[in-house]
Design a protein around this ligand. Sequence first.
Ligand SMILES: [Zn+2]
Length: 93
Amino acid sequence: MEKPQHKHDCSSCVFLGRHEDKDLYVHVDNDEPLMTTVISRWSSDGDDYSSGLKFASDGDLRVAAERAREKGLITEEVWSYYEEKQWKRFTNN
Ligand SMILES: [Zn+2]
């Protein structure tokens, strides 16, 4: 089992494994499912991460989103919301 290589201090995040040099997480918001997000962290410094399902059209965050979806941590409702509302604009050009 892969372990995170960098410090990440959110206890709500679920580790999704590594991708290249990044630690990938999903942060599930049970109260506001559409606030669920994915995170890609590349160092232990607090700000050294990117996040946001709306940016998950490709790259690390896309990998994180797909892994989270496979594990059922991103629901179909959330997935389709972002596919329709957000990811579309990245794929239409
Ligand atoms: Zn978190």
